[in-house]
Design a protein around this ligand. Structure first.
Ligand code: NDP
Ligand code: MG
Length: 380
């Protein structure tokens, strides 16, 4: 029996992780639940999964949870991140959204834990620190993000030195075929509908701008130690091929399945074993076809911008990530148009430069500066 800590339990990844645990009650015990502020759902989850420890980041929500469960160990504020280092935990599932996912990742790795990592912002912003934590603590990252899980699986087919290229697939988001002049009029409601995946709000908007794919290019560079030139992106509207690896002999290995995150979550928890999953089988004969094409980088500048940030390194990926986090918030509030999001990120990236991130303090400082730039940005 493995003890699991679910970070971001009330979110899309968190809820799906709990459904995997429910399917395998003999293999996984939900020991710790951590969430931000959604106490209503949190309380339901506590009643259902009976965790020994709960972390609630928001103090007000933590108070409500404490009142509802007087005997329960409820940790609040930034102390929740250290729950990832609890000696009793075997696997930390990191489904926290945004930059904050960095903290439980660092805590888990320093304590030598397996981390099933959905949060990509952490490895994009804090790659150097994450590498140090891996080395210090001896923990491991098994990717949950479907593209990275696919590459991780495809890499089992050959030797690392024989890999020529990592090919990430992208659904293309909600506006794949929309002409450039119409993109200006896209509303947050329109951007929150994804054609093939059901996910949290921020990642769904990032899928529509292709910022999500840009983050994934950087995530893949970190996870698989790949150079920017060795990673490419193909639009694949059906979301059946989750990514591919091309080897030196031009053989291409692909990982396919129905689009269901529970598969990647479960695999990261059971690896190297495989077992029955809640995902439906893939029935290839029932598909009308699989198509692939090059992304339109003119309509979706987020993608070339990610390559630029990756090549600059240091503070630039932080600007890409956190500048985008602020830009998305401003888009939701109606302060920016959909097409202003990349401009806002460029503004922050140009100002912050490529200073090195050496420790948590410099990371936080850089993140803070970037957010200030992104908030002051005024579109032309
Ligand atoms: P959601 O917005 O659905 O959920 C985010 C979760 O994080 C919620 O439980 C939220 O709590 C919690 N959270 C946010 N801030 C804090 C905080 N400061 N302290 C503790 N908990 C916090 O996001 P998703 O599940 O969609 O995405 C999570 C991560 O996984 C992202 O990094 C995303 O890029 C990645 N990912 C997601 C995929 C998906 O299918 N959804 C696919 C691949 C990657 P609360 O709501 O209670 O405040
Ligand atoms: Mg993905």
């Amino acid at each position: 029996m493995k003890n699991i800590a679910v970070f971001g339990s009330t979110g899309s990844i968190g809820r799906q992780t709990l459904s995997v645990c429910e399917k395998h009650v003999d293999a996984f015990k939900v020991h710790t639940l951590v969430f931000g502020s959604n106490h209503e759902l949190g309380i339901k989850q506590i009643n259902e999964f009976r965790p020994s420890t709960v972390g609630v980041f928001d103090e007000h929500a933590a108070g409500i949870v404490r009142e509802s469960f007087p005997g329960l160990n409820v940790v609040s504020g930034s102390a929740v991140w250290e729950l990832a280092a609890d000696p009793i935990i075997d696997i930390v599932v990191n489904g926290v959204s945004g930059f904050n996912g960095t903290f439980p990742l660092l805590a888990a790795l320093k304590a030598g834990k397996r981390t099933a990592l959905a949060n990509k912002e952490s490895v994009v912003c804090a790659g150097g620190l994450v590498r140090r934590a891996l080395k210090e603590g001896g923990g491991e990252i098994i990717p949950v993000d479907s593209e990275q899980s696919a590459i991780f699986q495809c890499l089992a087919a050959g030797r690392r030195q024989d890999v020529k290229r990592l090919i990430l697939t992208a659904s293309g988001g909600a506006f794949r075929d929309m002409p450039k002049n119409e993109l200006e009029r896209v509303t947050p409601e329109m951007a929150m509908k994804h054609p093939t995946w059901s996910m949290g709000r921020k990642i769904t908007i990032d899928s529509a701008t292709l910022f999500n794919k840009g983050l994934e290019v950087m995530e893949a560079a970190f996870l698989f130690n790949a150079a920017a030139d060795d990673i490419s992106v193909l639009i694949h509207p059906q979301s059946i091929v989750h990514s591919m690896v091309e080897y030196a002999d031009n053989s291409v290995t692909a990982q396919m399945s129905v689009p269901d995150m529970r598969l990647a979550i479960q695999y990261a928890m059971t690896y190297p074993e495989r077992c029955e999953s809640p995902a439906a089988p893939l029935e290839l004969s029932k598909l009308s076809g699989l198509t692939f094409f090059e992304p339109d980088t003119e309509r979706f500048p987020a993608l070339p911008l990610a390559y630029r940030a990756l090549r600059i390194g240091g503070a630039a990926p932080v600007a890409y990530n956190s500048g985008n986090e602020v830009a998305v918030e401003r888009f939701i509030k109606g302060e920016l148009r959909f097409t202003d999001i990349p401009g806002c990120v460029v503004y922050a990236m140009d100002r912050i430069g490529g200073a090195e991130i050496t420790d948590t303090e410099s990371l936080l400082e850089c993140d803070h500066e970037v957010r200030r730039y992104a908030r002051e940005y005024v579109p032309e």
